[in-house]
Design a binder for this molecule. Structure first.
Ligand code: FE
Ligand code: FE
Ligand code: ZN
Length: 290
């Protein structure tokens, strides 16, 4: 079964159950969410009743909780060794891992970090050191996301990801590919199989635990990180369909992080296009009519 879904909200009052209901309303078979606002540290206590109800509803709908993804908040930066910020990031990420465990989710996507002028090597060292403190204390698997290379972001190429993973002493580490970011970073998504071959040779392919499926508003190599709806950007519909249905990534969750159309979520329509393998050129007009 195709594992496709989108980023969904996680609300105070409905929590995991509300996220699941939103995902089901789009026809999703998986989903991703933040456990709280990504830009601040306010976290509401988790309601175990809502979690239990959500897990049992997943079973009724043939959704495997192992396919569900949490995205770490973007205020975490493990590459910056400024003492206050570094310790904050490590502690906050430890807490997020605990929240994942409480929710029964075992995959947490993380932006590796930005070196903020410290340089690539120092930044990567900081990330490795932080992960070696966080990973032994949790069952959660942290998936390092491939980044577009905006600003001083790290994890912008396979070599950096490989260096981090080689420096980590624990097995609960993996990779999240992002199609917009890969293209922005300079990888040709027309030739996705060569990228997978390269990952295979580097012993990275088996570590992929999630793929973010996004079109890009910008051409290859632009380092801008601006997502576009499926089929409306520089990657295009056919390339993204080839990635989604690639045999080597069959069992991996594919998550849309495409923009809203005005105030409307386009995910039901995008997921329908993907399931039917047929581009809908009026998607944006249709989204506003839902
Ligand atoms: Fe991300
Ligand atoms: Fe992403
Ligand atoms: Zn992005």
């Amino acid at each position: 079964m195709l594992k496709i879904g989108s980023h969904v909200s996680f609300r105070k009052d409905t929590q995991l159950l509300g996220s699941l209901d939103e995902a089901l309303s789009y026809g999703s078979t998986t989903f991703m969410f933040y456990t709280g606002a990504p830009q601040n540290t306010n976290r509401i206590p988790l309601n175990s009743n809502l979690t239990k109800m959500a897990i049992s509803k997943m079973k009724d709908n043939n959704i495997d909780i192992k396919d569900i993804i949490v995205h770490a908040p973007y205020i975490i930066n493990l590459a910056n060794s400024d003492p206050n910020k570094y310790i904050f990031s490590i502690n906050f990420l430890k807490q997020e891992c605990k929240r994942c465990e409480e929710l029964g989710v075992n995959k947490l996507v993380l932006h590796p970090g930005s070196h903020v002028g410290l340089g690539e090597e120092a930044g990567i060292k900081n990330i490795i050191n932080a992960l070696n403190q966080i990973l032994p204390a949790t069952k959660t698997t942290i998936l390092l996301e491939t980044m577009s290379g905006k600003g001083t972001e790290l994890g912008v190429n396979l070599e950096q990801i490989k260096t981090i993973i080689d420096g980590v002493k624990y097995n609960n580490i993996g990779i999240c590919l992002d199609t917009c970011h890969l293209s922005d970073a300079g990888y040709d998504m027309n030739d996705f199989d060569s990228l997978l071959d390269k990952m295979d040779k580097m012993e990275l392919l088996d570590l992929v635990g999630c793929i973010h499926i996004n079109d890009s508003k910008n051409p290859i190599g632009s380092h801008k990180d601006r997502h576009e709806n499926i089929g409306f950007g520089y990657l295009g519909f056919d390339i993204l369909i080839n990635i989604i249905y690639n045999d080597r990534l069959k069992n991996i969750s594919k998550i849309l992080e495409t923009p809203y159309v005005g105030e409307f979520a386009p995910y039901k329509l995008e997921i329908d296009m993907i399931k039917n393998k047929k581009f809908e050129k009026n998607l944006k007009e249709m989204a506003t009519l839902q």
